[in-house]
Design a protein around this ligand. Structure first.
Ligand code: SF4
Ligand code: FE
Length: 483
């Protein structure tokens, strides 16, 4: 059954998550004013799936049941599916203007479909069937899964088993007849408290000595022993001020959390990797490549920022200036270049032995590398066009004040026919996207999400066939011996 937004919200209410924010337990996660906009962003992934005009992008046919499902729970069955996934990212980013969080679970499911199949083939295990049973459960209930990879990592110069504190990477601490007990944490978890399920994967490739850390499994988000500690975002407490336009994006937001596993029991039927350290690296690489494709989302957020920049230029009476027009062209050129990358890595995808379609990893990494740069340049241009008022603007309360409101109105009016409030709202949106809560998603997450820039550079260097390139050059200038 495909849930709608209301059913999704109701389903979250049934969970009993242990969430902390500002040092206190959050009483109702769904109703919390800081968390709720992020819940609304995920809810839109459910809502748009029911709208006929978005059906091609937002839904797919399950290869397991033959039923129509939300694409966020789908295992890609063709190159066309991969391309639709990139389009879905852009669409959702453009509708929310933030991180809508649901991609991590989709990417974890697709990566696990391949890795569990390959582990079974080498080791004669039975993970793939377990995984398919789990996937059936996720698809039938239209669940949101948090795909959790990043460990705190402690001292970066040491592997997991040599850390001063052995919990710096999530690990198996006990093996029982009916399952395992795990301890550790996952950091920066996007959408964690809006998820029904949490899927754990290792964060780096591992050797025999790190065997206890090579573990992958899925749990209900409210399983005993899991605690969520919400990350702060710049300007987050503006959301406590009520319905003020100072929030910038008055509809949606994203969130990240530190997720702690304090000796949590996982039944065997939910375990997808257990000490097969030789497959930790593969799972990391496959999840990361899918998630690097998912950064199609930033193209959609870029659409919003470009629209905001054009709007403020018009409100200011500056839209006809040739340098403004040129900056808008530059923003579009950069944003569409990003779009090329996420479409290309999908269009060049291929089928893996288990049947799942996988992106071209070189192009997915190139795409994500561009994402670590172009949004910063697009944001710089947006700030250039917006002008300084974006950061010196008094609050909405000053605008409404009987004493000083008249001065704010008088001195911040631009063209006669432009409502002042429209101008101020757009400025707050640009502030939100480039400095406020949404800058987490558009800028820093673009830098570090799905792996920091260096991780992509390593992958690019591994994937490029340098010998073939050398041969091309040497052939054309007449070098015949191999060099
Ligand atoms: Fe999805 Fe983008 Fe958020 Fe990652 S950053 S979860 S790809 S919206
Ligand atoms: Fe992300």
């Amino acid at each position: 059954m495909m849930m709608n937004a209301q059913q999704y919200e109701d389903s979250l209410r049934k969970l009993n998550l242990k969430v902390y924010m500002f040092g206190e337990r959050v009483a109702s996660v769904v109703d919390d004013p800081i968390i709720r906009p992020s819940m609304n962003a995920v809810a839109l992934t459910y809502e748009l799936a029911h709208q006929p005009e978005f059906a091609d992008i937002m839904t797919a046919t399950s290869h397991l049941s033959g039923k129509k499902i939300n694409r966020f729970t789908h295992i890609h069955q063709s190159v066309a599916d991969l391309v639709m996934k990139s389009k879905m990212g852009r669409l959702m980013g453009s509708q929310t203007g933030c991180c809508f969080q649901r991609c991590v679970g989709m990417d974890a499911l697709n990566a696990l479909s391949m890795t569990t199949f390959d582990i079974d083939k080498k080791h004669g295990t039975a993970y793939y069937k377990r995984f398919i049973d789990y996937l059936t459960f996720v698809q039938e209930n239209d669940l949101t899964c948090d795909g959790a990879m990043t460990d705190p990592k402690g001292d970066r110069s040491l592997p997991p088993h040599q850390q001063h504190d052995p919990d710096m990477y999530l690990r198996v601490v006990e093996e029982k007849p009916d399952g395992i007990v795990v301890r550790g944490a996952k950091a920066h978890q996007t959408g964690a408290v809006n998820s029904h399920e949490i899927i754990i994967m290792p964060t780096i490739s591992m050797r025999r000595e790190d065997m206890d850390y090579a573990v992958s499994f899925a749990l209900p988000a409210d399983a005993d022993g899991i605690t969520y500690i919400m990350g702060r975002q710049s300007c987050d407490t503006r959301k406590l001020e009520g319905k003020t336009f100072d929030i910038g994006n008055v509809l949606y937001g994203g969130h990240e959390a530190l997720v702690v596993f304090d000796d949590v029991f996982v039944p065997w039927e939910r375990v997808f990797m257990f000490k097969e350290y030789d497959f930790a690296g593969q799972l990391v690489e496959q999840f990361a490549s899918y998630h690097r494709q998912s950064y199609a989302c930033k193209v959609g957020v870029g659409d919003v920022l470009i629209g905001a920049a054009q709007s403020i230029a018009e409100f200011n009476g500056a839209a006809k200036a040739s340098h403004i027009k040129d900056k808008i062209i530059e923003m579009n050129q950069l944003n569409e270049t990003l779009y090329c990358g996420c479409i290309a890595c999908a269009a060049e995808g291929h089928q893996e032995p288990c049947g799942t379609y996988y992106v071209n990893t070189l192009l997915a990494n190139v795409h994500k590398q561009n994402i670590t740069r172009f949004p910063y340049e697009i944001a710089r241009l947006a700030q250039d066009i917006a002008g300084g008022l974006m950061v010196t603007l008094p609050s909405e309360k000053d605008l409404l004040s009987p004493e000083v409101g008249k001065w704010v109105r008088k001195y911040y009016q631009t063209q006669k026919n432009v409502p002042l409030e429209s101008r101020l709202r757009i400025l707050r949106l640009i502030e939100n996207l480039t400095l406020g809560t949404a800058a987490v998603g558009y800028l820093t997450e673009s830098m570090h999400g799905a792996g920091s820039p260096q991780a992509q550079r390593i992958m690019i260097s591994r994937q490029v066939d340098m010998n073939a390139k050398k041969k091309l050059a040497q052939k054309l200038c007449g070098i015949t011996e191999d060099n």
